[in-house]
Design a binder for this molecule. Sequence first.
Ligand code: GTP
Ligand code: MG
Length: 189
Amino acid sequence: MSNSDVAKCPKNPIPEYAFIGRSNVGKSSLINMLTQRKSLAKTSGRPGKTQLINHFKINNEWFLVDLPGYGYAKTSKTSKRVFQKFITEYFSKRTQLICGFVLVDIRHEPQKVDLEFMQWLGENQIPFCIVFTKADKLPPSQIDKHVNAYRDKLLEDVWEEMPKHFVTSSSKAIGREEVINYIGQINKD
Ligand code: GTP
Ligand code: MG
């Protein structure tokens, strides 16, 4: 189901997991990788592809939720505001939400918009994990270095510890088991 209104999201009382992050970071691609479906969620090389709240029901057990990206400079101010409103409403009102996955591109330094969003989640006591995306674009030797630099920045910021995190690549199917097992584990608990 796709829609632009949190109030109209599915009423099913099943757990859901939402994917959020800047436009083009790879949210929709990650959903396709996790579900092993090439084009379940629509992806694009151009930022701003996902414009609605998209619920994908998995095995009648949980929902994976694809959301529009935040913080893309070229989106018009109006659509930025609209997306921002969706996203805040979604995270603050959706009682079925068990965990948000905040995606960040593993190649980049921590970005203000991501840090602010994580801080907002923390302040609102919304559980989240960090998913590093596009790990195939870094040589393996650089991966830990980038994750550690991210950790250092978070710890120097407001965080006392690094949130649970995953290193993934949708094109190489890296990190699939880890994310799925984690969802399976919290579902059981
Ligand atoms: P919006 O819907 O616009 O917010 O973007 P999104 O976060 O859903 O990104 P999307 O999944 O559409 O991917 C954006 C671009 O990044 C596409 O060209 C993807 O092919 C590419 N991409 C996504 N994940 C990966 C990855 O793990 N590795 C590589 N190399 N490219 C990726
Ligand atoms: Mg998308």
